[in-house]
Design a protein around this ligand. Sequence first.
Ligand code: ZN
Length: 135
Amino acid sequence: MILSAFYALLNDIHDSASGRSGEPSAAHLSALDAFFPELIRPTLHMIDRSGVTCHIEPAGRKAYRMKDGQALYTILEPIKFCCCEFFEEHAVLDKADQLLCKHLIATHLAKALGILQESIETTEFQAGIISGAYF
Ligand SMILES: [Zn+2]
């Protein structure tokens, strides 16, 4: 299944990137390219340009946010759902947990590469995101 293979690749990237530059190797890049031929370049470009921020509440809940052009996207744990157009267009209900858009890929990749920017938040932060107060 493609998703488990992608997670295995992320583990591999994580293990080999630790202590290094935070950039995927050439071999990892071509593996990513094979998984997501149309998505990986714009995803890497987005990570390069604005990064991915991990907002952490005191209780440990995390929300990942990134800028894509003018839009701000928020991904909540367990990193399975995005509210972007691509995700909505491609998410057939019973396949939605298999789907990855560039925001989900970016979150996974930034984690694996150890390049997340961390921001400590109040307890109300994620509730605010969910209710739309921080959009
Ligand atoms: Zn998305």
